[in-house]
Design a protein around this ligand. Structure first.
Ligand code: M6R
Length: 611
């Protein structure tokens, strides 16, 4: 969490940093700050979003060719002006911005307090900065050297960018566990948590590795490890256009991303799925196909929406490949000493590719001999790089904090992997395989069809927007879709929502049902359909308000439901990619109807790079 931006070169740094911060606000938006050198160090910072800082300093002389900027998701210290980054050192000469957590900051702070340091904030970041300054002063070394020495004593995760008023030609940066991208221009460099701040200036970027320190001048980039050895910067070409990170006429990124899904699912399938020829081409997966086929088990590791994709995939993989699958919350998996045997296959699912818990979970599993496959959206991200192989989801940048198009793309990729392995292993016959390829091929068109119902879903949203609680129910493949629907509603509309397997309702949640409770049934035709309809009867008997997501051929459910959303029919394996669309739209329209900032819901950040 937290977005960092930096610039050094002949241009004015301020507009580049402000624009870059706006693009990275999805990473946190509690407070914003900028530091520039011209010729002395100047810091502007404020609680609130980037636009609030921008208005607050309107008319000020914010000039300088070197600068750093930060948009914060608070960890240590409440969101406030004083806790906003950048922080300035005791001498007033150094400034720092930080994304991550310094876990042993309390110990470092005690040492510094004993030496007479005072602190102006509650942050771990200010402690780290003064610790660096203390080393620099004591050992009379360069900032770069002091950073290296300091980081050897630091535990936790970080990306830091530092300015030194006495060296206005250099930014010093370092990373461990949080992302840092450096854009290479002609006589200039750009820095960001992702590549969005530099898109219009350069397509050449370097992804800095863990434990590397970067010394960045306008015309020079030096990378070193913590042992002071030079590292070769590996330059990657960006495959992302500016238009992909703009709203393109939609009111919100979330809505744009929901509506992009016919295209993003198509992009994900393109070049891989050939339904006519009956082939699935996935080179990363092919390399490990034998190990996957022979694996005793597969463990899906993820968080949030990506974890829900893992749950759907559990059903799909077990059905198609007959390999036992476990789905783990990364945060639990990494800490509970799980049994991992050599040759176990771990599939890490992540939109951002930077989720700290998922990253550490797979690093631990890799060290124990597991094969790590990444199903990741962001190209070049940490999880993608730690994985042995995998498949990108190609959904394009997802900026709305609520994950939408990433979920359907994850399902598309996971379904292709399961189909490929199942077919090669012989656990599905050719007819079924070919039929499912055709079904998968038809998903973009079916999703486009559901999107046409958006006005109807908006009306339903208006009707239920004042609900205090909501229940989401589904069975089988649609159970994780119910969980995902509840998560979307919680994060966007702040309405308490619970997802449950429809049959489990009788073991507790049915006690919640009363006249005012909306109950959303994800009840497309599948092997359990009649059972779900019975569950609907049970809710109706207790006067709950039923919103049913069903297929047109379902004659019975409309007689039970208060509101119906129709979606096209599909094989039950494929259905979640389609039935989730009304969940996304419903949450979106309820959030908007309640007047909330759906792209930046309270307390959240897009990329959870702290545990
Ligand atoms: O980037 P990741 O997919 O690893 O992120 C995982 C979760 O943080 C993410 O899905 C989160 O739950 C979203 N806000 C859900 O909409």
């Amino acid at each position: 969490m937290c977005g960092i931006v930096g610039y050094i070169g002949p241009r004015q740094a301020y507009p580049i940093i402000i624009t870059g911060l706006k693009r990275q606000e999805y990473r946190g938006y509690d407070s914003t700050g900028i530091a520039l050198i011209n010729p002395t160090l100047k810091v502007y910072k404020k609680k609130g979003k980037v636009a609030e800082l921008e208005s607050a300093i309107l008319g000020e002389d914010v000039k300088g060719n070197i600068g750093i900027g930060h948009t914060r998701w608070a960890t240590h210290g409440e969101p406030s002006d004083r806790n906003a980054h950048p922080h300035v050192s005791a001498s007033g000469k150094l400034a720092i911005i930080h994304n991550g957590i310094i876990e042993n900051y309390a110990q470092l702070k005690t040492e510094l307090l004993k030496k007479g340091y005072q602190f102006n904030s509650d942050t771990d970041t200010e402690v780290l900065l003064n610790f660096i300054e203390e080393i620099k002063n004591n050992t009379n070394c360069s900032l770069e050297e002091a950073v290296r020495i300091a980081l050897k004593r630091v535990s936790g995760a970080y990306v830091i960018l530092l300015l030194d008023q006495d060296h206005p030609d250099t930014i010093v940066a370092a990373r461990k566990g949080s992302p840092l991208v450096i854009g290479i221009g002609k006589g200039e460099h750009f820095l960001g948590s992702d590549a969005t701040p530099m898109l219009e200036y350069t397509k050449e970027v370097v992804y800095v590795n863990d434990y590397e320190v970067a010394i960045i001048k306008a015309d020079e980039l030096i990378l070193k490890n913590l042992g002071n050895e030079r590292q070769t910067p590996y330059i990657t070409k960006l495959d992302m256009e500016l238009a992909a990170i703009e709203k393109g006429g939609y009111d919100h990124f979330m809505l744009k991303e929901i509506f992009e899904q016919p295209q993003t699912i198509y992009d994900c399938l393109r070049g891989r799925l050939d339904a006519e020829a009956g082939t699935i081409t996935m080179s990363g997966i092919q390399k490990y196909a034998d190990q996957i086929k022979n694996a005793n088990r597969i463990v899906m590791v993820a968080c949030g929406t990506s974890w829900h994709a893992g749950l759907v995939a559990e059903y799909i993989f077990e059905e198609l490949t007959r390999i036992s699958v476990e789905v783990e919350y990364a945060s639990e998996f990494r800490y509970r000493n799980p049994v991992i045997n050599k040759g176990d296959v771990i599939i890490a699912i992540s939109q951002s590719g930077e989720t700290a818990d998922t990253l550490v979970a797979i690093e631990n599993a890799k060290a124990k001999g597991a094969i790590i496959l990444g199903v990741v959206n962001v190209v070049g991200s940490s999880i993608a790089r730690v994985s042995d192989a995998g498949a990108y989801t190609h959904a394009g940048p997802e900026i709305g904090v609520a994950s939408t198009k990433a979920f359907t793309a994850q399902l598309a990729v996971l379904t292709m992997i399961a189909l490929k392995i199942g077919y090669e292993k012989g656990t599905i016959d050719r007819d079924r395989y070919l039929r499912l390829l055709q079904e998968l091929d038809a998903v973009p068109g079916k999703v486009a069809e559901v999107l046409q119902s958006h006005e109807r879903i908006k009306e339903i949203a208006e009707k239920y927007k004042d609900a205090k609680d909501c229940l989401y129910l589904g069975r089988g493949y649609n159970f994780p879709v119910a969980l995902e629907g509840a998560l979307k509603l919680k994060e966007i509309s702040y309405i308490h929502a619970e997802g449950y397997p429809a049959a489990e309702m009788k073991h507790g949640p049915i006690a919640l049902v009363e006249e005012t409770l909306p109950v959303i049934f994800v009840a497309t035709k599948d092997s359990y359909h009649e059972k779900v309809v019975s569950n609907m009867q049970e809710i109706k008997a207790r006067k709950g308000k039923i919103i049913a997501v069903i297929n047109e051929s379902d004659q019975l459910s409309p007689t039970l439901a208060n509101d119906v959303i129709l979606v096209p029919e599909a094989d039950e394996i494929i259905a979640p990619m389609i039935s989730v669309i009304p969940m996304q739209l419903l949450a979106y329209y309820i959030g908007v109807a309640k007047g909330y900032d759906v792209d930046k819901p309270r307390n959240l950040a897009k990329s959870v790079t702290v545990e």
